[in-house]
Write a protein that binds this ligand. Structure first.
Ligand code: HEC
Length: 319
């Protein structure tokens, strides 16, 4: 799993910051600004819509970089190779995960890469730089220098415990069937699976290939696939599922009956599915749900109202 450094201060203190230490504000921040921050900054309005930082990662403040992304910490002081922030810029440029995304900004130069690495090796010290305080959570530090871990990061951290990582060979059956499997982060045992490359060619049989990695799946995207209700019985093998996308599928109420035991489920997309009010009853016990998308499904105002009263804290998107 991704390492959650207990104390950045402790990690940094073992590395002497000599005169050759990298100066974050002078030597790192300029290329963050030129190549990263445009997509990784505080939410802002554009054309009447709120633009959020990509992957929940803000790079416009020291506290935000320490807090990491929606998937967890992105820097492990002293360890560039365990730091997602550095790992992403060192991938081959044609890798899907390469940062900045190809064509959107210039890749880091050799000199920038070397400085970046050296800065993390030296303890990832921001010096006097603070950055944008907007949006900083109040409880951002529990002890001096200790990074805050957001609620969702806590969830992934908990789900990572007592679970064995799967080797890439175990999911060959999924990729051969046209699915994609990705670790939540470089070192996480948790997996995200989608069939966005094959969509309507993803039959129940194809989707059944996920059985090989079921216990580790936290994100599953079956949108636009040919999945049918019966095939969703495989979801009982994935009790750690946090996000499930069934949008634009033929899934009906019978399919939702298979979601009952998914106690970690926070996000459920049923946009454009065949689900009706009767099926929504199956969701009433899923108390972790935070967002349910029912736009262009067969659900009605009345059914949505009932669901809202069963799940008062969930955001239910309808019409
Ligand atoms: C044009 C927009 C854009 C730019 C510029 C950009 N990113 Fe990203 N970044 C994204 C998107 C979109 C994602 C989410 C998809 C993904 O994980 O690949 C992402 C995800 C990430 C993640 C993964 C976070 C996680 O834990 O899931 C890291 C780390 C990251 N970016 C670092 C960087 C760095 C470092 C730079 C600058 C060198 C950069 N990005 C520049 C759009 C951008």
């Amino acid at each position: 799993m991704r390492t959650f450094p207990l104390s950045l201060a402790a990690a940094a203190s073992v590395v002497p910051l000599g005169s050759n230490a990298v100066d974050f504000e002078k030597e790192i921040l300029p290329f963050f600004q030129a190549k990263c921050i445009e997509c990784h900054k505080a939410p802002y309005e554009e054309g009447g819509r709120t633009k959020k930082p990509k992957a929940g990662l803000r790079m416009d403040a020291a506290w935000a970089i320490n807090m990491g992304s929606e998937n967890g910490a992105v820097i492990v002081p002293g360890k560039p190779d365990d730091s997602e922030l550095y790992y992403r810029v060192t991938l081959p440029e044609d890798d899907d995960d390469f940062m900045p995304p190809t064509g959107k900004a210039d890749p880091l130069t050799k000199k920038e890469l070397a400085l970046f690495k050296k800065w993390i090796e030296g303890g990832a010290d921001f010096g006097d730089w603070v950055g944008n305080l907007e949006g900083k959570p109040k409880e951002v530090t529990t002890a001096v220098g200790e990074p805050a871990i957001s609620e969702i990061q806590e969830v992934y951290k908990r789900l990572s415990e007592a679970i064995e990582a799967k080797a890439p060979e175990t999911w060959e059956s999924v990729t051969e069937a046209g699915g994609r499997v990705a670790r939540l982060s470089k070192t996480s045992p948790l997996l995200a699976v989608d069939f966005r490359l094959t969509t309507e060619n993803a039959s129940d049989e194809v989707i059944g290939s996920i059985g090989a990695v079921s216990p580790n799946i936290v994100h599953l995207d079956l949108s636009k696939t040919a999945v049918t209700d019966g095939a969703l019985s495989i979801l009982k093998e994935s009790p750690k599922l946090v996000r499930l996308n069934l949008s634009q599928t033929g899934i009906t109420d019978a399919g939702l009956a298979h979601l009952k035991g998914l106690n970690e489920l926070r996000y459920l997309n049923l946009y454009g599915s065949e689900v009706t009010d009767a099926g929504l009853k199956n969701l009433e016990g899923l108390k972790s749900l935070e967002a349910v998308y029912l736009w262009q499904s067969k659900a009605t105002e009345a059914g949505v109202k009932k669901l809202r009263s069963a799940l008062p804290d969930a955001k239910i998107n309808f019409k």
